[in-house]
Design a protein around this ligand. Structure first.
Ligand code: 26Q
Length: 797
């Protein structure tokens, strides 16, 4: 439809200044960066409306099948710059703002991150939305419009402190409020059965109101909708109470209702048993399904056609009430026979699993479920009853067991397809958590290796490398990332290798300037930038990385004049507020940074930085500047990882274990271009059975003993020498994620990294091969594969 590169600067200037005047009501001399940002956002948004309408019209006209992606999290980050990239108008906007004496960079940076997610799962949903638009796949994302996204992190004395996030404190220019798209969401009460029909009499209700965000694809050929639900009271404001002077009571119902969409739960594993969380999950699910059925019934009247026209993807088990809720709406509201209703629901639903960690598999007590959702509890019991009657179902496979509803089993039983997110993860799903279900339903599980959108994660975040790529192989990589393989033919071209190295150096200089400005630390852009950014989790083993940092520091001090490769260790990530061990690891990293950065002996040979509040925007800054990507989880625990893919695309080399998608990254870039270390998943599994595995490993490793000794001696916490006794004790006596057992292997691999980096041209060759091999990890490839194998939908391009 519309490619915007012929948009004239003059018409854009007019639109921006008109919005400044008439939408913002600001006279230029008084306009702030915020005002300009809003005006630019509205002007850019205007350009998305036409492709957005056209996409909807086309979907209706062709009676296309729609995909509905249900997710409790959409970690979309900033929207303005991404939209400008996809409309191809960055340069034009730059030209207009230059003319007004306004800095585009400042305007872009003024936008708060929409942090409506914790980490990988939420960011994956955001990448998928962009790819579905790029591929003209008719789709809606359904989520919650949290008033407060993921908490802001700051450090006080090296400790994590959480502050509330407040992105909706200012108007959100990307959303369209839809007061007419409103559904009643019921809770609690009791169920009556009369003449074979069930009537649920809820004791509480709230409204779900729609807020739509257009998501534009590459070159604005298509735009889909991210529809977020906000909770509002179903009761009118109590004027009588207000007039009687009881102002708080008058406003209470709205306040209470709004708590449902007030805040994102900051746990990225199960924070179980919380009534509010269950209500949030149902709130999203019920609003989405009511909306899906309403839209379907405007086009068709036969509900049996639903599976032909609707594919619903459950992003983990968080929206797994979609099974019982769809059945309830079909049976209780639309009077469909039970068996048909269950068949229809099964035909529409699919489930993506993102974790094997047993503590992360969601369960709800039957007591809570029965109290909050009495009708759903009945439906779940009935689904379970029929599931257990299926020949061959062992009783251990019950959905309801020991007074707990197992959401993974429920999602699996209701879904047509269940997928893992990397080849290894899918294989382990079949062998472990879902082994019995896989026997019962042998073809239900399939793999869909994750991907990330190259528009945000390469084109937008790394303009210098993007230019090199386009100059070398043409621009087609932007929506056909497999074209990056064409770089391979240029491997022996010194100029291309140098250009890749120079682009990286540009990004490192930019990051160094930022670090000097924001953190007051000076970094040497010629040092190796070694980056580990992700949520803080024991299984991700940031601890292994700090231990290596300490060992390196100790080794440099012992021999400061040896031929060391200078390194900057960069950490980033948040810990769940209640995760004590993860918070101790953060504190340790900050203490170690403090000690090392002030050591004149090691100086520029080793620096450690841990900027607070890692988020999508910080990722866009750090990843393009990384030489080395740390993907060092204990094998068998990281379902996929997606940061690993972003680093590879941006020409960082990986030091990593055979975990998650690392396995496939290594295959695609070539084993000789990847720094592998550590046990395999099978070896790790076996090792963790061994009594004293940690003690045995520590006693065999002098460097590790020295590291642990330095920590307990209080070298990094001289005023509080016992501070890390707990962590050190955990390492000696439990070490659940085998940090000690993989330590020596990691150390050896790190020294291979040092040698490789010391030959710049060789390193640039390895970087080129990593970029060339990264095409597979575009979320366009992932979405094409979901469309073909799970959703059975067509592109309407
Ligand atoms: C559940 C119940 C109650 C409160 C919170 C939660 C909750 C919230 C978020 C549970 C899990 C999450 C997030 C999980 C997650 O991000 N998993 C990651 O998903 C990525 C995308 O597939 C993978 O690449 C990562 O390997 C996986 O860890």
């Amino acid at each position: 439809m519309h490619i915007m590169n012929d948009l004239s600067a003059e018409s854009l200037r007019l639109s921006i200044t008109q919005h400044l005047t008439y939408t913002l009501g600001k006279d230029k001399p008084h306009a702030s960066t915020y005002d300009w940002r809003m005006a630019v956002s509205y002007a850019v948004r205007d350009l998305i409306i036409e492709p957005w309408f056209a996409a909807t019209r086309k979907t209706y006209a062709e009676q296309g099948k729609r995909v509905y992606y249900l997710s409790m999290e959409f970690l979309i980050g900033r929207l303005l710059a991404d939209a400008m990239v996809n409309l191809n108008i960055l340069d034009t906007v730059q030209e207009v703002l230059d003319g007004e004496g306004i800095s585009l960079a400042e305007v872009i940076e003024d936008e708060p991150d929409a942090a409506l997610g914790n980490g990988g799962l939420g960011r994956l949903a955001a990448c998928f939305l962009e790819s579905m638009s790029t591929l003209a796949c008719p789709a809606y994302g359904y989520g919650i419009r949290y008033e407060h996204g993921l908490f802001r992190q700051k450090f006080e004395g090296g400790r994590q402190v959480e502050l509330p996030e407040d992105w909706l404190n200012q108007p959100h220019p990307w959303e369209f409020e839809r007061p007419e798209a409103r559904y009643t969401i019921p809770f609690k009460g009791h169920v009556e059965t009369a003449e074979g029909a069930s009537v649920w009499h809820p004791a509480e209700t709230v409204y779900a109101r729609a807020y739509d965000i257009p998501v534009v694809g590459w070159q604005a050929k298509w735009a889909n909708t991210l529809r977020l639900w906000g909770a509002h009271s179903t009761e009118l404001f109590d004027l009588e109470r207000f007039n009687a002077g009881d102002y708080a009571a008058a406003a209470a119902p709205e306040e209470l209702a709004r708590t449902l969409s007030r805040v994102l739960y900051p746990e990225d594993t199960t924070e179980s048993g919380k009534e509010l969380r269950l209500k949030q999950e149902f709130f999203l699910t019920s609003a989405a399904l009511q909306d899906i059925l309403r839209r379907f019934l405007t086009e068709y009247d036969d509900l049996e056609l639903l599976p032909q026209k609707v594919a619903i993807q459950m992003n983990d088990t968080h929206p797994a009430l979609a099974g019982p809720e769809l059945i309830r709406l079909l049976v209780d509201v639309h009077r469909v026979e039970w068996a048909n209703a269950k068949q229809i629901a099964h035909g529409c639903l699919n489930y993506t699993n993102h974790t094997l960690l047993p503590e992360a598999l969601e369960t709800w007590s039957t007591w809570l479920m029965g109290r909050v959702l009495p009708r759903h509890m009945q439906i779940i019991e009935q689904i379970d009853h029929e599931h257990l009657k299926t020949t061959g179902t062992p009783p251990t496979l019950a959905i309801v067991k020991d007074d707990q509803v197992h959401m993974g089993t429920l999602a699996f039983v209701m879904a047509s397809h269940v997928n893992g997110v990397s080849a290894l993860h899918t294989q382990l799903m079949k062998q472990t958590v879902f082994a019995d279900l896989n026997r019962l339903y042998p073809n239900r599980i399939l793999n869909q290796t994750n991907g990330v959108t190259p528009r945000r994660w390469l084109r937008l975040s790394n303009p210098s490398l993007s230019r090199v790529l386009t100059d070398t192989i043409g621009a087609s990589w932007e929506n056909d990332l497999d074209r990056l393989a064409d770089l391979g033919a240029h491997e022996s071209d010194r100029a291309v290798r140098d250009a890749i190295g120079a682009a990286k150096r540009d990004n490192k200089v930019a990051l160094s300037n930022w670090a000097a400005d924001q953190l007051g630390i000076s970094l040497d852009p010629d040092a190796m930038f070694d980056v580990q950014v992700k949520r803080m989790h024991e299984y991700k083993r940031q601890l292994l990385n700090v231990f290596e940092t300490i060992a390196r520091w100790d080794a440099i001090r012992a021999n400061p004049n040896a031929n060391w490769t200078p390194r900057v260790k960069i950490f980033g990530g948040k810990a769940a507020p209640g995760y004590v061990v993860a918070k101790e690891i953060i504190h340790l990293i900050n203490d170690v940074a403090n000690t090392i950065n002030n050591d004149p002996v090691t100086g520029d040979l080793l620096k450690v930085v841990y900027p607070a509040n890692y988020n999508v925007s910080m990722a866009q800054r750090l990843i393009p500047a990384a030489d080395l990507s740390e993907q060092i989880s204990i094998a068998g625990k990281e379902a996929s990882g997606t940061g690993n893919m972003k680093f590879t695309m941006n020409g960082a080399l990986t030091i990593g274990t055979l975990d998650g998608a690392n396995v496939e990254i290594r295959e695609h870039v070539g084993a000789e271009n990847f720094f592998l270390f550590g046990m395999t998943a099978a070896e790790a599994q076996e090792r963790s059975q061994m009594a004293d595995h940690a003690r045995t490993a520590i006693l065999a490793s002098q460097p590790l003993q020295d590291v642990l000794q330095m920590i307990v001696e209080g070298r990094f916490s001289p005023n509080d020498t016992g501070r890390y006794n707990g962590l050190v004790d955990l390492t000696w006596n439990h070490d659940p994620f085998l940090v000690a057992s993989d330590f020596d292997s990691y150390l050896a691999s790190q020294s291979a990294v040092d040698s490789a980096y010391s030959n710049t041209d060789h390193w640039n060759t390895l970087a080129l091969r990593n970029i060339a091999g990264s095409g597979f990890f575009s979320s366009d490839r992932t979405i094409r594969s979901y469309m073909a194998e799970i959703w059975h939908t067509q592109s309407l391009a």
